[in-house]
Design a protein around this ligand. Structure first.
Ligand code: HEM
Length: 419
């Protein structure tokens, strides 16, 4: 028998909880697997989430869920009705989902091709470049005053880095700046989009596909030392990606590079400014930043939940999730599970036993994790080391309207200058 959750998942999606969703997650964990009104299942405890992330009976392909099949069917009926009334009907273009939304074997093939471009040498060589970018951004504020950690550092840093790695011209950034956030909102299972918003997302998606198509043509004619050129020209044993696969993979990497690391750096700054002794500890012991960032990924992570579809009836913690059901895995709740982590509601910067779910687990484990870690280590070390007498100008800050990819929209900090 499925248990009805004591807390409605809609509360998590309600913006009033976004500054601190963790008390609600604690209530969720009393019912590890909970059926929601709309027929979806919320899984909120560590062991259950990990076992499901490793279960091949779960799919990341949203097209396989009953809800998605119904929505597609309804859209088809609507088009048929319009056509019967003699009205113009636009058939939706068949798009290849990015590999984060695919299952084996195709997921594994595309992921392998990407991983061969994401070489450790390439990532490590970014370290000095990251240092340079952080320095340039901070140096602009040598006089002190107010800095917005989001706009002035945490957003531009990963964007510059991912553009350079992929081979996307930095000067094109303002164009996809407008596309990235709305497209990332698709990852939030609770975002109910109006028809106008859906249309806008479709239009942004069309524009970014067109942009990527053109860029890939240019790189094909004139390849450089970057990941997209590598993916275009590779003689990979898995064979080449099709043109559509290349486009969707490039967009996935670009958006993932835009919408996640920003939150890790911003949440990390917020945590240290809320606790000046923590900031002092980081200044005194620069090595601490390594475990500090892992604790952030556990305690206040950028990605809060991910969605899957059951491909069979699956029994978890005494509940049978039926085939076709949507499953929401609340990673951020799993990482706060008191049964898995000692003092789970405390931020312990040198925590040792810390297998958090911040980057997921299993076959979809984040491919950008080493890059995100390097960026966060350098940015947070420099913020703690260089800002003189920093204070939060607003607490809590305002958050972006996305409960799945959660983070402050701005983080204004007053300070007296730079060291
Ligand atoms: C997958 C988190 C940065 C690229 C994931 C997943 C999580 C995650 C939780 C698992 C998704 C799932 O199981 O469905 C994060 C966080 C980041 C970050 C917290 C920053 C702090 C990045 C960056 C890139 C990236 C910088 C690109 C350069 C990807 C890709 C996947 C992924 C391509 C899909 C992997 C697959 O399906 O096999 N990420 N990510 N991520 N991430 Fe990240």
């Amino acid at each position: 028998m499925a248990q009805q959750a004591k807390v409605d998942f809609k509360q998590i999606l309600d913006h009033s909880h976004i500054a601190n969703p963790y008390p609600l997650y604690e209530q969720f964990r009393e019912t590890p697997v909970a059926l929601q009104e709309d027929g979806s299942y919320i899984v909120s405890t560590y062991n259950e989430i990990v076992s499901l992330l490793h279960d091949p009976r779960l799919s990341s392909d949203m097209r396989k869920s009953d809800a998605q099949k119904q929505a597609l069917q309804q859209a088809k009926q609507k088009r048929a009705q319009l056509a019967a009334q003699g009205q113009p009907v636009e058939e939706p273009e068949e798009v290849v989902p990015p590999f984060i939304f695919q299952d084996p074997p195709n997921h594994d093939r595309l992921r392998r091709i990407v991983m061969r471009q994401f070489t450790p040498e390439r990532i490590e060589s970014m370290g000095s470049h990251v240092e340079q970018i952080v320095k340039e951004h901070l140096d602009k504020h040598a006089q002190g005053g107010q800095i917005d950690i989001v706009d002035d550092l945490a957003y531009p840093l990963p964007v510059t880095v991912i553009c350079q790695l992929l081979g996307v011209p930095r000067e094109d950034e303002p164009r996809f700046h407008a596309w990235a956030e709305p497209l990332a909102s698709v990852l939030d299972p609770g975002q109910v989009q109006t028809e106008a918003q859906q249309k806008q997302i479709m239009e942004f998606s069309r524009q970014i596909h067109e942009y990527m198509d053109e860029l890939l043509q240019k790189l094909k004619a004139n390849p450089g030392d970057n990941m997209l050129s590598g993916m275009l020209t590779t003689n990979d044993i898995d064979g080449p990606m099709s043109p559509r696969e290349l486009i969707s993979t490039a967009i996935l990497l670009l958006i993932a590079g835009h919408e996640t690391t920003v939150n890790l750096i911003t949440n990390g700054t917020l945590a240290m400014l809320r606790s000046p002794e923590l900031m002092e500890q980081l200044r005194q012991d620069p090595e601490l930043v390594i475990t500090y960032v892992e604790e952030l990924l556990r305690y206040d992570p950028p990605v809060h939940f991910r969605t899957r579809t059951a491909l069979a009836d699956i029994e978890v913690a005494g509940t049978t999730i039926p085939k076709g059901a949507t499953i929401i895995l609340v990673l951020a709740s799993g990482s706060h599970d008191e049964k898995r982590f000692k003092q789970s509601e405390e931020f312990i910067p040198d925590r040792q036993d810390n297998e958090h779910l911040g980057f997921g687990s299993g076959i979809h484990y984040c491919v950008g994790a080493p890059l995100a870690r390097i960026e966060a280590h350098i940015a947070l070390s420099e913020i703690s080391r260089r800002l003189i007498d920093p204070k939060l100008a607003v607490d809590p800050p305002t958050y972006r309207d996305n409960a799945a990819l959660r983070g402050p929209r701005h983080l204004p900090v007053d300070f007296k200058g730079l060291r």
